[in-house]
Design a protein around this ligand. Structure first.
Ligand SMILES: NC(=O)c1ccc[n+]([C@@H]2O[C@H](COP(=O)([O-])OP(=O)(O)OC[C@H]3O[C@@H](n4cnc5c(N)ncnc54)[C@H](O)[C@@H]3O)[C@@H](O)[C@H]2O)c1
Length: 459
């Protein structure tokens, strides 16, 4: 399912309007009022948003000018919005009848100029997104919001957004915000995403996309209805290794992938977070699986080509309560182990834990602590491993080992670029709403299977 809606009347690409648009205005004589506009192709919608086609003395076809910029047609199936650099003036456009009726008709809006972004939730991921926004010429760090005074102050000092709000609702009411990045605690992902879409904003929401598959289906349907981009945060898909690995998989170098192994096990890494919400099932939706398990599962699944899951069996554990201060609520799992089957027959094994008594040959993370984090894809022609980044390939019956090189670049920056391109250029969102639904089905399925101690069907 696409994030985009169809043009008014759901015209097909073979409609007369489209033929005329692609071939230019070919009829004899000057265009007459009531005919199809040669630029926008759709006279009804064009008139609604002020297309001046066939009328003498107007600024040009398909254009309505406001103080804050202009709305103009056309590119195929979308109208463009050219904004001035003064967000306060944009309100006039968003409140205009032209804007309202064009949106109601399901036209896709394509604005020019940088996308004005608001970041809500200013913890570690909020900072990474801000850096990615500031590094992107197509984006502008317009606003931020956080309940915490210190968090706001630090963010403003470092990144200097133009507007500062306390709660995310206030930020969503600002018409100058075109897109929002949500880095709130997990239980707020669903309500904040829904409010943002209802307020007409594009959304990039941190992982997990929601707390359940049912919630994620509602998000997908609203994004689709509103014609807005929904994007879930999974920056590792844009990591230099993942990008190279994905290309190799798509080129067929691995052959048919029949098995993937995803591991993310920390020796001692139970997170506390602000207010301890990470350890509270009602607020986090789960423990290690929702926190780091989603990274491991998604990277392997993404590299497999996101096949539809058909069944899952899993078991979750809470083994390390002794590492959590007694005063804290702790009703989530600290370990999860699962096996997922996919359409086409491939399978995936997942091992995740915030805490484990890891052996001394385990790799260490950037803090020097034991941590086993890897993705291995087994294909009938080659096996690919992310850490160390290598390929084990069958060459005429011999097994040849090669070290691979990651592409340079930051994963948050790559993710932001795709989000901006999806908004401005209609490039498909790599982290799409459809995939977020499947991801939530798998996560939910693991918890369910663990509860009933049986394999369960998905989909
Ligand atoms: N992509 C990644 O690698 C990555 C890494 C860490 C966390 N995350 C995700 O990012 C999200 C945030 O994690 P965190 O570690 O920053 O958590 P955190 O608790 O440190 O920060 C959450 C922030 O949200 C603010 N907040 C809460 N309610 C609010 C409201 N109504 N309006 C405005 N602000 C509000 C809090 O004041 C807090 O500063 C989580 O969903 C987590 O899963 C992703």
């Amino acid at each position: 399912m696409s994030n985009r809606r169809r043009p008014p009347g759901g015209r097909s690409t073979t409609s007369p309007g489209n033929r005329e648009r692609s071939g230019g205005w070919k009829s004899s004589g000057p265009p007459q009022p009531g005919n199809t506009c040669p630029r926008c192709g759709w006279s009804r919608a064009a008139r609604k948003i002020g297309c001046g086609f066939g009328q003498q003395g107007r600024a040009g076809p398909c254009r309505t000018t406001f103080k804050g910029g202009s709305i103009f047609l056309p590119t195929e199936r979308r109208f463009r919005l050219k904004l001035t650099d003064h967000p306060a003036e944009h309100r006039e456009i968003y409140r205009s009848a032209a804007w309202g009726s064009a949106l109601a008709d399901g036209w896709v809006v394509s604005a020019s100029g940088p996308v004005s972004i608001g970041v809500v939730g200013l913890g570690w991921p909020g900072h990474r997104h801000a850096e990615a926004i500031l590094a992107n010429p197509g984006a502008r760090l317009y606003a931020c919001a956080d309940l915490g005074d210190q968090r706001r102050e630090e963010f403003v000092r470092l990144y200097k957004p133009e507007r500062v709000y306390v709660s995310y609702d206030e930020l969503l009411n600002d018409p100058g915000v075109e897109a929002v990045v949500i880095g709130l605690p997990n239980y707020l992902h669903f309500p904040a995403t829904m409010s943002a879409l209802r307020a007409g904003k594009h959304v990039l929401c941190e992982k997990p996309p929601t707390l359940s598959a049912a919630e994620m289906r509602k998000v997908r349907s609203l994004a689709d209805q509103a014609g807005k981009i929904y994007f879930f945060g999974r920056q590792s898909r844009f990591d230099g290794k993942t990008v190279v690995a994905k290309r190799m998989v798509e080129s067929g170098r691995l052959g048919r992938i029949y098995f993937a192994k995803a591991t993310f096990i920390r020796a001692r890494g139970i997170p506390v977070g602000i207010g301890g919400w990470f350890l509270d099932r009602g607020k986090a939706g789960g423990g290690a699986l929702m926190d780091i398990g989603i990274h491991a599962l998604d990277t392997a699944w993404y590299l497999m080509g996101c096949p539809a899951p058909t069944s899952v069996t899993g078991q979750v554990f809470r083994n390390f309560e002794r590492f959590v201060p007694e005063r804290m609520k702790y009703d989530v799992e600290d370990g999860a182990y699962a096996f997922v089957r996919f359409e086409g027959g491939a399978v995936l094994q997942l091992e995740v834990s915030w805490a484990a008594n890891l052996p001394d040959d385990s790799p260490t993370n950037h803090l020097g602590k034991r941590e086993s984090h890897n993705t291995i894809l087994y294909g009938d022609r080659a096996t690919l491993r992310l850490s160390p980044f290598s390929l084990f390939e069958d060459v005429e019956g011999r097994l040849v080992d090669s070290r691979l090189e990651a592409e340079p670049g930051s994963n948050f920056a790559g993710q932001m670029t795709n989000f901006i391109q999806a908004i401005r250029e209609g490039v498909p969102a790599v982290n799409s709403a459809d995939q977020a639904v499947h991801l939530m089905e798998m996560l939910e399925g693991i918890y369910h299977s663990s509860e009933i101690s049986r394999e369960i069907a998905i989909g």
